[in-house]
Write a new protein. Sequence first.
Length: 356
Amino acid sequence: MVSIVVGGHYGDEGKGKVVSYLALKDDPTYIGRAGVGPNAGHTVVHDGKKYGLRMISCGFVNPKSHILIGAGVLVDIKRFMEEVQMTGVGGRITIDKRCPIIEQAHKDADKDANSKKIGTTGSGCGPANAARVNRTAKLARDFPELKGYLGDVPTLVNDAIDRKEEVLIEASQGFGLSLYYGNYPYVTSKDTSASTAAADLGVGPTRVDDVYVIYKAYMSRVGEDPFVHYLSDEEIAGSPVFAGLLKKAEEKGLQGTGNQKIAQVLGEVGTVTGRPRKIGSFDYELARYSARVNGATQICITCLDKLFPECAGAREYDKLTNEAKEHVKVIEEKVGVKATIISTGPDVYDVVDLRD
Ligand code: GTP
Ligand code: IMP
Ligand code: MG
């Protein structure tokens, strides 16, 4: 079985959390990182430890799984080495020999006026992908320090599929950030849909069984674009849930606009950039469209506990409050796909798993 996990909104939906849960639950032979590169910041909390990962899949938490980085993904060597140390996966990780390498010049170029206008992460991804298209980028195989980690990822993955083993693919960013389908030009440097994630690892479309599209129970956005679902003061006042969060923020003496106060209560600060994220109400239309383009077979809703604190840590459907159940039901109905994984806390196992 091949399963792909992708973001259905603007990134930071909690793909890292969902992937780490699926990794432990489904015991994949291979867990592959797809997506753009180290512009992503995926977070996993396991055994009381919090990991912020930009290169290595959050699926590393399963010590039996072998970790991959697909040829589609840009590699920052320094960051990669740091994460190998942090996670201890040195003996069970393979980078495709064709991964392009991000160099200092790419990072420098990612601070120019256009990058500022878009509000990029500054990680060098856009300029490195441009160099790849120009066929001037260096590849992983050109760097002796990576020698012990290199391999042919498509062969490994397709052999495992032939043996009927589990393969889990972790994409990065979200549908609204797709170079093809997102809010251009405020997008990342590549398509972010499931088809591209499969191609990143060298998996053909006929071999994919499941696509999990992840949404947060509300929306967050980093970057400089106009964000249509941005919560204004009036909308906050008109929503019992958001008005409650604002009240909590004010009791804590948090500073900023109403939206920024809510962002702080929700803990919405960028993993890579440290910037406060903009908060929005759930965009059903984008969610439905992204489920279609991704070919969603199941959807996952994360951070339900942040809107409905009584649900924190729930692992059974019946432990969710009626309001929370209703929120999930409306999303399912409007998106048209069943919600099978509901996340109720940052810990790997804070999940209501409704899969068959
Ligand atoms: P990108 O690839 O950067 O788009 O990231 P991502 O989709 O992996 O999400 P990221 O880790 O950046 O952000 C999600 C944040 O929410 C992290 O801090 C997680 O620990 C946290 N989180 C995920 N699921 C839940 C949940 O259900 N409840 C709570 N309280 N926190 C959660
Ligand atoms: P870049 O990918 O660094 O070029 O940034 C382009 C746009 O995508 C900017 O709006 C970034 O904030 C956004 N972006 C890139 N990666 C992520 C991510 O992992 N989470 C959320 N936003 C992201
Ligand atoms: Mg993130």
